[in-house]
Design a protein around this ligand. Structure first.
Ligand code: GTP
Ligand code: MG
Length: 315
C-alpha cells in the first residue's frame, strides 16, 4: 500500500495490522489508532490520504469535475457507440450490457479485452483484462482473429487477458475475492463478468429464493463497484433479457433480467439488439451522466466497427 504524503514506516504498520485502504478510509482516528500502533494525529493524516486515494473525500463540484475528467475510457472500436457513452466504457463504474442471444455482448467484451491494452491516445488504458467466464463462451480463436486484424502482437495480447471460469455463484464470489491481489499485481484495468446473470438465474429458482438471490446479487455488485473505484478500472457485466409481462403497461416487450434491486446498481446500462445483417443497435438507457441515445455499429469477423465488413454487407 502506498499513501501520498505518508511515511513508509506508517504504511508498514497499517499493513501489519491487516488494514486495507477501504477500512482505513471509513475509520475514525480513534478506531485507527486502536487498531494499529499509530497516534491520533498520524491516524487523521492517514485517513485523509486513504480517502483521497479512493476519491471519496468531500470535494467541491469543480474538483469533482476535474477528478471525473481524469477517469479513463476504453474505446468500443465504434465512434458512434463511444459518443453515446461519453467517450467509451469508463473506469470506476459498473457498466451493464444487456441483450438477447447473438446481440453482440460477448463480441464487445472480446473487443474491450484487446482495446484496454492500447495506448491511451488510441482509446486504451495500457492495462490488462480479467474475464470471468460463467458459460464457457470465451473463444481464444475469436480473440486471435480480431487481434491479428487490428495488428496486435497476438501472443502478447492473449497473454494480457486473464480468464477465470466461474462454475457457480459460490465460485464467482471466491474469484472476486481473489481479485484484490490479482488486479494490482497484473495491472488489470478491465474486469468482465460474462454472463453475470446466468448462475443467479439457474441456482435461485422460485419465489421463496428471490430474497436470497437479490441479497447475493447486491453483495457481488457492491464488491465489483468497490474494486472499480479502488483500482480505477472498468467493470463490465452482461445480462440476459426476459419477456416483460407488463408489456402493455410499459410498451416494451423485453427487459433485462435480475429485477428491480439490481437495476439501480450499474452506473451505465446498455441494451444491445440485432438489426439488419451484421449491424447492431446499442441504446444507453440508464445513465447518470449521458442522455438516452442509440448508436449503430457492426459486429464483423474483425471485431466491432462503424462500418460493415464488405463480406458481411448482404448477410
Ligand atoms: P448470448 O451470450 O448467447 O446471450 O449472446 P451474445 O450477445 O453474447 O452474442 P455474441 O456477442 O456471442 O454474438 C454472436 C453473434 O456475433 C453471432 O450471432 C454473429 O452474428 C456475430 N459474430 C460472431 N462471430 C462473427 C464473425 O466472425 N463474423 C461476423 N460477421 N459475425 C460474427
Ligand atoms: Mg455471450
Amino acid at each position: 500500500m502506498e499513501l501520498k504524503g505518508i511515511d513508509k514506516k506508517i504504511t508498514e504498520i497499517l499493513e501489519k495490522a491487516n488494514l486495507n485502504l477501504e477500512t482505513i478510509a471509513v475509520s475514525t482516528a480513534e478506531e485507527l489508532s486502536s487498531l494499529a500502533e499509530i497516534d491520533n494525529k498520524e491516524a487523521k493524516k492517514v485517513i485523509k490520504a486513504a480517502q483521497e486515494e479512493l476519491g471519496i473525500q468531500p470535494m467541491t463540484a469543480l474538483k469533482f469535475l476535474e477528478h471525473e475528467s481524469k477517469r479513463g475510457k476504453i474505446t468500443t472500436s465504434s465512434t458512434e457507440f463511444d459518443t453515446i457513452l461519453g467517450g467509451g466504457i469508463w473506469t470506476q463504474e459498473l457498466t451493464e450490457l444487456a441483450g438477447s442471444f447473438g446481440s453482440g455482448k460477448t463480441q464487445l467484451c472480446f473487443q474491450l479485452c484487446l482495446n484496454v491494452q492500447l495506448p491511451v491516445d488510441e482509446g486504451g488504458l495500457e492495462g490488462n483484462a480479467f474475464f470471468i467466464d460463467t458459460e464457457r463462451t470465451f473463444s481464444p480463436r475469436r480473440v486471435v482473429e480480431i487481434a491479428s486484424y487490428r495488428e496486435f502482437d497476438v501472443e502478447k495480447a492473449l497473454g494480457n487477458i486473464y480468464i477465470g471460469s466461474a462454475l457457480n455463484t459460490h465460485h464467482l464470489f471466491s474469484i472476486v475475492d481473489e481479485l484484490e491481489e490479482i488486479i494490482p499485481d497484473k495491472n488489470i484495468k478491465l474486469l468482465i463478468v460474462d454472463s453475470f446473470a446466468s448462475h443467479f438465474r439457474s441456482e435461485f429458482i422460485g419465489k421463496n429464493r428471490l430474497v436470497e438471490r437479490q441479497q447475493k446479487i447486491m453483495q457481488i455488485a457492491e464488491k465489483l463497484i468497490a474494486l472499480a473505484v479502488k483500482f480505477d478500472l472498468a467493470v463490465v457485466v452482461t445480462n440476459q433479457i426476459i419477456a416483460n409481462v407488463e408489456e402493455f403497461l410499459f410498451g416494451s416487450p423485453e427487459e433485462p433480467a435480475l429485477g428491480f434491486a439490481w437495476a439501480h446498481r450499474p452506473q451505465q446500462r446498455i441494451f444491445l439488439r440485432k438489426s439488419r445483417g451484421s449491424s447492431r443497435i446499442a441504446r444507453l438507457f440508464d445513465s447518470s451522466r449521458m442522455p438516452e441515445r442509440e448508436a449503430l455499429f457492426y459486429v464483423t469477423e474483425n471485431g466491432l466497427s462503424d462500418a460493415p465488413f464488405s463480406s458481411d454487407f448482404y448477410s
